[in-house]
Design a protein around this ligand. Sequence first.
Ligand code: ADP
Ligand code: ZN
Ligand code: ZN
Length: 659
Amino acid sequence: MSMYCDVAFNLPLSQVFTYACGDEIPEIGMRVEAPFRGRMLMGFVVGTRLPKPRGTFQIKSISKIVDSQPVFSIKLLALAEWTAFQYVCSVGEVLALMVPGGRREKDAEGSWLSYDSMEYEISSLSAEQETALADIRAESHSFHYVYGITGSGKTAVFLKYAKEIFEAGKGIIYLVPEIALTHQVLQAFKAEFGEKTVAEHIAILHSGLTPSVRLKEWMRVLRGDARLVIGVRSAVFAPVPDLGLVVIDEEHENTYKAGSTPRYHARQVAMHRVQEEGGKLLMGSATPSVEAWYAMQTGKLPSSRLHTRPAGGELPKVDIVSMQGETGAFSQELVEGISKTRGKGNQTILFLNRRGFAYSFRCNSCGFEYKCKRCSVSLTYHKQRNVLICHYCGLAARPVGTCPECGSLDAGYVGFGTEMIEEEITRLFPGYTIQRVDTDTVKKKKKLEELLRDFKEGKTDILLGTQMVAKGLNVKGVSLVGIVLADTSLMLPDFRAAERTFALIVQVGGRAGRYASGGRVLIQTFRPKHEAIVLAAQMKIDEFYEQEIAMRQELGFPPFTRLIRLVFRGKEKQQTFKASALFAEEFRKAMEDQNEPGAETLGPAECPIAIIANNHRYQIIFRGRNFAPLHNAVKSVLWNFKTPAGVYIEIDVDPVSLL
Ligand code: ADP
Ligand code: ZN
Ligand code: ZN
């Protein structure tokens, strides 16, 4: 009698498929190749069984067993099933993401860089840190949050607790928001656990590794050989057999939410994992997500506070500089600040969250704005490469001098990016050593290491950069941080815009005066009275959250509601819109049966970025106080929905961005 197995494919199909096995029978957790709709596909064995499934359909045979031993366990399969259920996708899609080599690696989750600037010589914890550690040990709740100012030694607390868990023989997953930070955490682990222990037990999992290296690391974890895992978002799925601890450092970071299917949030997956598998989830940040802050406030999430910097270093003095009426990118204050800083032999970090030279090309006569032909966003002018580039689809266009619409000469580039700022500071500060760090200048890991080493050794006077300089950079000589324009993320049509801007200012500001007094932060802005900016400048952290919470409550946004966002995209505008309208209609009908008064359907409406790469985009946002009815209704409509050919539906549960 022959055996049968159920195979899940990396396809958006809700079911699994049954195949006959040959003489060799694959185990659950192995990958196989099997014919599917005229092609050969790799799939994951999620079940095996003896009797032939009922039905008269013809059963095909698997062609090849890929693995000699399972690459995922039953426990992990259960996690994949939950993730698929929660984020409305197929088990195969989740397994393909989890298991290295399960799908073609698209882009890496971040840049392949490493900072090595943390001096880790901690002889003893401060009293505050000791209290936090005692809280963590004593707390019976599975989750704990360490809410402490930048530089308050959250990492040290995590590591001390991790060591206890490790010594008890259990496994640890330590998540950081960017690959760049894994190296730093690794150094910290070495200092705490000893080089030898770390060398034996560590596994570093991220998509910057080649698939085969990643699979090797993955198998070491699965077998229990490596039980210290450091990684970014996807490492939350690491197959640690006896999980004792998951750490989510910088919990507020958006990089913990996946931007493509399955659109999971590492925090939610970690919560589910520790509840199912045991162990503890530790989270930490100086600027928690609004959700986490609210959960702490209402007592649902136990937490500890850290108010002081054990390594010394005062919090910097922060000033807001209004740019209203300024014509250039630099205020007098910032120019003076930079030259004074150098005069004292110190260094400056300049932060601007926008690459390129100019933000867009505009005509003052007819109002024309040069946008991407394929996307509804402005093209960014890159001067050195002499090209206009779309930051969404990569389309390049030739720069223009006059308005392409009306021919007027009264047209030109407006707004500035890091490239222009570099030119500007080179002109303003002759003789200074200046380095720019963004994805245009730093394509290779080596290059960045070099730049950062120079900076750390004090060879660079001004380090200018995007997000890349915002995180984890702790350099002794830095006494001034200039935020060139705080407004870049503030005016986005997204209810999290204020939260994001606030966190960014506090985090970037935390880079100044880490080790000395007299640190200073200058925030340039066109909106000097905006609460996110004012409260960040005054370091009134809790006050910001209180205001933000009140606003969210009034407008009915998370954490007071849950959202599920659907984006319909397609080349045909009308067809795409119609599909979204029909879906919204069906959803309303489905909700009628659920007796859920507070639930709402917002849209369909054009997405704020209405077109990307020639695809028209419409969104529907489903909102409600209770998650289950929304979730159920979306699924029941989706599984019966006849999506027209050429239209694609992206499902985002608990979206962090609405663009
Ligand atoms: P956070 O994660 O809260 O921003 P870190 O854990 O990075 O803070 O610690 C900031 C700095 O303080 C680091 O350089 C670290 O080595 C140092 N540090 C942490 N705890 C102690 C301690 N108990 N004694 C001395 N220095 C400490
Ligand atoms: Zn014009
Ligand atoms: Zn484009």
